[in-house]
Design a protein around this ligand. Structure first.
Ligand code: SF4
Length: 242
């Protein structure tokens, strides 16, 4: 295949304005059949993307990075949602025991080096798992944070094409879809967590705050490293609202 950077503009032009279900369908069936995976955190809004995927092909590989620092509610939700949607190939990947013993033996790294913690707990395992694929699908959306305002539907990600079918969807679209299809919510959403990652790095978000403000609160860190900020991103002041 051509280098991903040569394909992105064509894909964006051809399919970038299509509805999310069409983007998922074209990606799974026509563009990358057998060579594409979905990456899901089984977080606050994961159910919508996973439902779209399950409707088209429930045997699609779904990669879940189990950092071993997740809320127990997230692990239970992963199993419940996968069963509910009939997803048959959910793969939990994560750091090896030797890596943890060497890099974070007392599980404190998130408090003094979150970049290093994400690098070995999230980025390295996912990078290894994606080696067998040409493309992957993410659930990111523009409305989630000021750092994602320019998120395209198709983007180049090293050797891969990354596809964001919900990039242009609004919060109301996501909520309506979840309601229409009676998708089970992550149990922590009702407790004030609109964006959910590892327990050590996720806090309650107050009304009016950017939904991702509760991630790595107190650090100038906005992404775990799996996703790079878009080119004109900026880091909002910690106290700024939406
Ligand atoms: S989100 Fe926090 S605990 Fe999880 S891998 Fe990143 S720094 Fe570590």
């Amino acid at each position: 295949m051509d280098h991903p950077s040569d394909l992105v503009a064509d894909l964006q032009r051809a399919h970038g304005d299509a509805p999310p279900s069409k983007v998922v369908s074209v990606s799974l069936r026509d563009l990358f059949p057998g060579r594409i995976a979905v990456v899901s955190s089984f977080g606050a809004e994961s159910a919508v993307l996973l439902h779209l995927v399950a409707t088209i092909d429930p045997s699609t590989p779904v990669l879940f990075v189990d950092t071993l620092r997740h809320f127990p509610e997230t692990l239970a939700y992963r199993d419940r949602l996968a069963a509910h949607l009939g997803l048959s190939d959910v793969r939990s990947i994560g750091p090896a025991a030797e890596e943890i013993a060497q890099r974070d033996p007392d599980s404190s790294r998130a408090t003094w080096d979150p970049d290093g913690c994400c690098a070995f707990r999230k980025v390295a395992p996912l990078t290894a798992a994606l080696k067998g694929f040409d493309a992957w699908i993410s659930g990111r959306k523009r409305f989630q944070a000021v750092t994602r305002l320019d998120l395209p539907v198709f983007e180049s990600d090293g050797a891969h094409i990354k596809i964001n079918p919900l990039a242009r969807s609004g919060a109301a679209d996501i909520a309506l879809y979840a309601k229409t299809h009676r998708l089970p919510p992550h149990p922590l959403v009702a407790a004030g967590y609109p964006s959910i990652s590892c327990a050590a790095c996720t806090s309650v978000v107050l009304p009016g705050e950017d939904p991702r403000t509760g991630r790595w609160r107190g650090f100038e860190k906005t992404e775990c490293g799996i996703h790079r900020p878009t080119d004109n991103d900026f880091v909002p002041a910690p106290s700024s609202g939406k």
